[in-house]
Design a protein around this ligand. Structure first.
Ligand code: ZN
Length: 344
């Protein structure tokens, strides 16, 4: 009996030693310590032993069982330690891995155009004025000679918060506010860049949101020729020295007389092509002499002061300068489009 138990113990220890994973260990545990295992069998057969031998063999069988159990537990712990160590090794942070590149953004083409236009006009003695995008009906329309029933309002339908509060449809209210702040004393020489909003269906040339830059110059003896000189200077700096402008009669409620300003087509140099519809000219902005009524409403004596104003669409300037064919490109945040302006 003693030898049998001793042999069983050595056999079990050998298998525990050889076990490479938890599953192999579990098999050893079941086969040696289970109800059908050899130790249980020895204990069952004790009835055949003498009263003298019985306690000794019983004690020994218990010792063998305890030893196997202890070794099993130890091995189980050892295997677990190895598994954890291995996992830690595998998950170790590899500081030699290349990092994820940080993408550098680019200046939005509209912002680039606004800054370039600002630079040109600052060089001509203008300063930059800004105003609120949520505007009152008074500043957006009435102070600009557009009373509530004026038909020209139809072209500038907007987004209203209340009857008197709306998203501005033009940057002209900034001019009205600037004039008012001057209390009838000139000179006023500002450009007003900013976002404007109109109820429009978006397509290749229309957007419900776009940007304008307006300019205003009020002083003694400001004449139409001053307007022409300033715009000619601007166009040459923005589009190129070889570009010419022409003024065509037009209508705006807040200027009198009013003009549309065209620039010679860059593609054909004025000869006529598909882009300029064979005319040789491309329309870029609207302008005119400030209406005496607008001067008066803003506190200026129109017998003493005169002035000119002009307004242009930033998107249109950018489209003409960079050959962009759809206004929606500016607002869809497509990185492939924006990345083309890295060197602008
Ligand atoms: Zn052309």
């Amino acid at each position: 009996m003693k030898e049998t138990l001793e042999a069983l113990l050595q056999e079990a220890l050998g298998k525990i030693e050889a076990a490479e994973d938890g599953r192999a260990l579990q098999e050893v545990r079941v086969s040696y310590l289970g109800k059908k295992g050899p130790i249980t069998e020895v204990l069952r057969g004790m009835g055949k032993l003498s009263a003298e031998e019985r306690p000794k063999v019983g004690q020994m069988a218990n010792e063998v069982r305890d030893e196997i159990k202890t070794k099993l537990d130890e091995k189980e712990q050892a295997l677990e330690d190895i598994r954890v160590a291995k996992q830690l090794e595998e998950q170790k942070l590899d500081v030699t891995m290349p990092g994820r590149p940080i993408e550098k953004g680019t200046k939005h083409p509209l912002q680039a155009v606004v800054e370039e236009v600002e630079d040109i006009f600052i060089g001509l003695g203008f300063s930059v004025a800004e105003g609120p995008e949520v505007e009152t009906d008074y500043y957006n329309f009435e102070a600009l000679n557009l009373p509530k029933d004026h038909p020209a309002r139809d072209m500038q339908d907007s987004f209203y918060f209340t009857e008197e509060l709306l998203l501005r449809t033009q940057t002209s209210p900034v001019q009205a506010r600037t004039m008012e702040a001057h209390n009838g004393v000139g000179p006023v020489k500002v450009i007003c860049p900013g976002r404007v909003f109109r109820r429009d269906n978006d397509d290749a040339t229309h957007s419900h949101q776009f940007m304008q830059i307006e300019g205003l110059y009020i002083d003694h003896n400001v004449r139409m020729s001053d307007l022409r000189g300033v715009l000619d200077s601007f166009v040459k700096r923005f589009f190129g020295e070889n570009r010419e402008i022409r003024l065509r009669p037009s209508f705006f409620p807040f200027t009198e007389p009013s003009v549309e300003v065209d620039v010679t087509c860059a593609l054909c140099g004025g000869k006529g092509c598909r882009v300029c519809k064979q005319s040789g000219w491309i329309e870029v902005l609207g302008a005119g002499m400030v209406h005496p009524k607008v001067l008066g409403m803003s506190g200026f004596d129109s017998n003493d002061y005169s002035g000119f104003a002009f307004g242009m669409g930033v998107e249109r300037l950018a489209m003409l300068k960079y050959g962009i064919d759809d206004i929606r490109h500016f607002y869809t945040n497509d990185k492939r489009f924006l990345a083309q302006f890295k060197r602008v």
